[in-house]
Write a protein that binds this ligand. Structure first.
Ligand code: NG1
Ligand code: ZN
Length: 558
């Protein structure tokens, strides 16, 4: 590294001293903390994103958001050139630079890392980073810190994409690296045209459910509500009313996380909405859940969570593949048997996993955190992944998309059944509509809506696909949550020794009992999840296991 580059780094780092006595780590969702603690971290993440761009010769991204956290928090994460999350190999470097105590130790870390990764600061394509932020008031100052971090790598360019949803920023990074236009209008254009295409391909004669014309969306008082309110004008065949568009407090009694965890309606929804199809986005619009308000039961709702969105998508995709493959089994080599798989975590309701397996689908479990689910889903031709909390998407492999495109062309030019050609068109349109970079509440919502119309289903009919097993989640505060070590996608606790046997003994007391513990990746707690055939049984199982955690690890259930 040339001397000029070294001095630029040291001088700019001196403007962003790290907060004293705080240790930050790049968790599943990047760095997250009270916004007042984050300037130095965001500055350093700007450097990291520029280095990642230099290393890969591609555009990377920085998103400033704390998703569903309270408004006083903020956070920062990096989008890799694929549009996905930062490669896990770079996370230890992210931790190291965020915690470097002064400019010279920061410089030292960068020099060593650049050497190890063979990053060249001269001669190659200059680094370019796309920047985005959500609606948090702290976002503007943090964006400036990120820009200064980027420009402390000489020649690097930071391009501000403005206030965007997390999935929009990831989509833009992916688009840029594929030679496409990376703007908000191109994002909306791609979504609205693929939505229109799917709407035009609805089967004839599906009974139109007159009560179901309107979708009411809770925008969490964040960026997603604002964007959807603007975007809905570009959509035909769908009537959307957006509430909580940003006038109230972000994530306070609103949003997908609140609705899914509390199982109550968000602020601004009430008994008058009973029977309507409602959806809720989280603060940065990468999570989506549906719900309907129960008649005469105050704020109680029927929750349609990520598992049920996944099931609806799986049903639709499987149907299109069956149409495409009809009568092809005896022919040789001219039919591509797409490998369809679904990816869930241990938090998926057991009834959803049973339902998917009964459909004949391959179901794989990964540890919690979308980076694990996403990675696993790339192993299929079509991989559908969802966390129960509503974060998920459908990934199409390049090979399958190519096959689909050429098959579609062939089907168009021959007289072969138009049903097949329509199925191929639908799958292609889904691959355009659904975000290939990360889970995206806006694109997910459009796909749900078009499938419901295709099936002629109300939200109640959709919710009847299977009945969720009653479940309970608890958190236990312990002295050291890292004392819990899990295996088999977090379904088994291998440490502390003996705890799994004790948990098994509790589970054995209940019909269809299931229970697991794991250390949270975002809070200082051990989480307990329990499921059984009645709510009382799920509650009792969860509390007896929470007591075990307390006995083995120390102090107090929250
Ligand atoms: P932790 O705190 O590790 O359980 C939570 C969610 C994850 C994921 C991350 C990132 C649950 C049980 N856990 O992780 O699914 O969304 O936050 O935001 O919902
Ligand atoms: Zn989010």
């Amino acid at each position: 590294m040339k001397e000029n580059q070294q001095s630029v780094l040291v001088e700019s780092a001196a403007r962003f001293p790290p907060p004293k006595g705080v240790k930050l780590s790049y968790g599943t969702a990047g760095f997250r903390a009270d916004a007042s603690l984050l300037e130095s971290t965001v500055f350093r993440v700007g450097i990291l994103a520029a280095l990642r761009s230099l290393k890969t010769g591609s555009v990377t991204g920085v998103m400033i958001t704390a998703s569903h956290n309270q408004v006083s928090d903020n956070g920062v994460k990096v989008a890799d050139p694929s549009g996905g999350m930062l490669t896990q190999d770079w996370e230890p470097f992210a931790d190291a630079i965020a915690n470097a105590p002064d400019p010279s130790s920061l410089l030292q870390l960068i020099i060593e890392f650049a050497k190890k990764e063979d990053i060249s600061f001269e001669g190659g394509r200059p680094a370019e980073v796309l920047l985005g932020r959500d609606t948090r008031p702290s976002g503007e100052a943090l964006l400036d810190a990120a820009k200064q971090g980027i420009s402390s790598i000489v020649g690097a360019i930071g391009t501000d994409m403005g206030v965007v949803t997390t999935p929009q920023l990831h989509w833009m990074v992916r688009a840029r690296n594929r030679g496409m236009e990376a703007s908000e209008s191109s994002y909306f254009h791609q979504l609205s045209s693929s939505f229109r295409c799917l709407m035009d391909l609805k089967p004839e004669g599906i009974r139109k459910n007159v009560d179901d014309n309107t979708l009411v969306v809770d925008g969490a008082d964040g960026v997603g509500g604002k964007k959807l309110d603007h975007f809905k004008k570009m959509l035909t065949g769908l009537c959307i009313e957006v509430r909580n568009r940003g006038d109230g407090m972000l994530n306070e009694g609103v949003g997908a996380d609140y609705v899914q965890k509390e199982k109550v309606s968000p602020r601004g929804f009430g008994p008058a909405d009973a029977g309507l199809r409602c959806a809720s986005l989280d603060g940065d619009a990468d999570r989506l859940v549906y719900f309907s308000v129960k008649l005469n039961e105050n704020d109680k709702i029927e929750l349609v969570d990520g598992d049920k969105i996944l099931s609806l998508f799986a049903l639709f995709i499987k149907e299109q593949l069956s149409i495409l493959n009809e009568g092809e089994s005896k022919k040789e080599n001219d039919s591509y048997r797409a490998h369809l798989g679904v990816v869930q975590t241990a938090y998926a309701n057991g009834a959803s996993t049973d339902y998917l397996k009964e459909m004949g689908l391959e179901v794989v479990l990964t540890p919690t955190g979308v980076k694990y689910l996403h990675e696993k889903a790339t192993e299929f031709d079509i991989g559908i992944y969802f966390e129960a909390n509503g974060h998920g998407t459908i990934l199409f492999s390049e090979a399958f998309r190519c096959w689909l495109e050429s098959t579609h062309k062939t089907l168009l030019s021959t007289s072969e059944g138009s049903a097949k050609q329509k199925a191929a068109s639908r799958l292609l349109a889904v691959s355009q509509l659904i975000n290939q970079a990360v889970g995206d509440a806006l694109s997910g919502l459009l796909l749900v809506e078009v499938i419901l119309q295709y099936m002629g289903w109300s939200i109640c009919r959709w919710n009847e696909l299977y009945h969720d097993l009653p479940s309970r989640q608890l958190k236990v505060k312990v002295v050291d949550r890292t004392a819990v070590v899990t295996a088999n996608a977090e379904t088994v606790a291998v440490r502390p020794i003996g705890i799994q046997e004790a948990i098994n003994a509790e589970i054995a007391k209940y019909t269809r009992g299931r229970c697991f513990i794991r250390p949270s990746g975002t809070e200082d707690v051990v989480r307990v999840y329990a499921e059984a055939t009645t709510q009382d049984a799920a509650d009792a199982l969860a509390s007896s296991v929470a007591e075990l955690v307390d006995q083995y690890l120390g102090s107090g259930t929250t």
